[in-house]
Design a binder for this molecule. Structure first.
Ligand code: NDP
Length: 331
């Protein structure tokens, strides 16, 4: 049994030296009311970068010398808790350990006949909910409108764009390789894609893609990409600030005020979004996502990295754009 701990707080871009793989005791004693879990799939997510720092945020930081935690799908291999039986699969926030004891609190039982186990970390899990609820609750999409999605080829972005198409929007995606741009159009049905790494004038490229302007911007990345989108917004545009991965590794944040006049003049709404604030809407959102999946209206992509020890590398690779769709570790 092993665990992956935060060895030190990364400064700037994290490296493998920030993580420690620790050998743990193999004999775990299950007490009354507890279950023994074996990790099957581990989610690596951009927000974990924030938890590796000690800056105050909406989730507490990880402690140095202790295991990292994230969304994990695990199998119950021993149980002294009536609510769980051996062979059940659960998902929830768990530690980066091959095996661990839990009381079961906060864990959801999952049904592998309804979706693949890994999908509970993505499309029918946190990132799917983020896409659905962020777009609906703040984006308030109306048929015929134009939606721009940044981080479009990732776990959240690829689902946002597809939901946009289901709802009859004109959808433009921004991502970092030509292969990802092709995938947005051929697999996810986006109308238009822009490679931000090879496009010199992003402002002009967005204007060309959205000649009638942008009504909704689902922002996963922040920074100059977002400034370029905001220069192109329409009256009463809605801007969902879901993430800002372009600045997560920055030690100093750039000051950007150039776009504020565009928000004023267009009476635009810009609002931060945190999926956990919408927990009461999860059942409805999950039902709709599952229905669309079942009907084939929604599809998803995963990049699966094999091996528990490769979890830190998978995290670094995801931050670097090596993933298409949801980045997941198969233990
Ligand atoms: P992704 O699957 O989208 O993976 C991250 C992607 O970010 C990479 O593949 C890479 O793609 C892109 N990226 C990395 N660096 C940059 C950069 N400098 N500029 C632009 N793009 C970059 O991750 P998720 O779908 O899990 O998360 C997407 C965003 O949503 C993150 O910002 C995350 O924090 C946020 N989020 C927010 C939630 C909330 O409740 N608020 C919940 C879940 C996620 P590329 O090749 O295109 O560069």
């Amino acid at each position: 049994n092993k665990s992956i701990n935060l060895k030190q707080r990364p400064v700037g871009t994290p490296t493998l030296a920030d993580f420690d793989i620790i050998e743990l005791e193999n004999n775990l004693n299950v007490s009354e009311g507890e279950i023994l879990l074996e990790s099957k799939y581990i989610s690596v997510d951009p927000y974990l970068r924030g938890r590796m720092s000690d800056a105050k945020s909406y989730v507490p930081p990880f402690n140095v010398g202790e295991p990292i935690s994230s969304g994990i799908v695990a199998e119950v291999i021993e149980t002294k808790n009536d609510k769980f039986k051996k062979g059940d699969f659960v998902s929830g926030l768990l530690q980066w350990k091959e095996k661990q004891i839990s009381t079961g609190e906060g864990l959801q039982k999952i049904d592998k006949s309804k979706a693949s186990l890994s999908a509970y970390l993505g499309i029918v899990g946190m990132t799917g909910l983020t896409a659905f609820l962020g777009l609906h609750e703040i984006g308030k999409p109306k048929k015929g409108e134009t939606l721009v999605v940044s981080g479009a080829a990732g776990a959240v972005g690829s689902v946002v764009g597809q939901i946009g198409k289901i709802l009859g929007l004109n959808v433009i995606g921004i991502a970092g390789t030509d292969e990802k741009i092709d995938m947005l159009k051929s697999e996810f049905g986006f109308d238009y894609g822009i490679n931000y790494k090879t496009t010199k004038d992003m402002k002009a490229a967005i204007k060309e893609a959205a000649p009638n302007g942008v009504d909704i911007y689902f922002d996963n990345v922040g920074g100059p990409i977002s400034d370029a989108v905001l220069f192109n917004i329409n009256q009463f545009a809605r801007i969902i600030i879901c993430g800002a991965i372009s600045v997560y590794n920055k030690t100093e944040l750039p000051m950007a005020i150039a776009v504020q006049p565009f928000l004023v003049k267009n009476s635009a709404l810009m609002q931060g979004f945190i999926v956990s604030n919408y927990a009461e809407k999860f059942p409805v959102a999950m039902k709709q996502l599952s229905t669309w999946l079942g009907e084939g209206k929604l599809t998803y992509k995963e990049t699966i990295v094999e091996g528990f020890d490769n979890t830190p590398q998978a995290f670094l690779d995801m931050m670097n754009g090596k993933n298409k769709g949801k980045m997941i570790v198969k233990v």
